[in-house]
Design a protein around this ligand. Sequence first.
Ligand SMILES: [Zn+2]
Length: 141
Amino acid sequence: MSRNEFQRSVRVSIIKRATKSLPSGFSYVCCERCGMDARGRFVVDHIDPDALQIDKSRTLTAEEGQVLCDPCNKVKTAQDVINIAKAKRIEARHLGDRDPRTAKIAQRPKVPRSSSKLDSIRVLGSALKRQGFIPAKEAAE
Ligand SMILES: [Zn+2]
């Protein structure tokens, strides 16, 4: 499924929110996490990771985004990756999926060594004899 990106107008309003103006008229975009001047290198980040959104068709609001500088974005992305992986594991387990490396596979019932194929044929033969499908003489063999 594709990412649900912010509409341009929403992105612009997020950047405006993060923009600080100096009395001199100079303005700069601040990281909304650390408060530092992003020095023109920033991203408009999904506060709640896009990968964890269930409904990706809805329109995102400015409150769901934030301006992050490069270092803050790297830190948040690393944490997001962990959270997304965990959410996917929980979802898979909820749906009944098990990790094949750790899943316990139902074992075929152990057949005692004494009961071989031949024994099974004998049991079947005597059952058929009892029910009259095979004459007693033949089944005895
Ligand atoms: Zn920052």
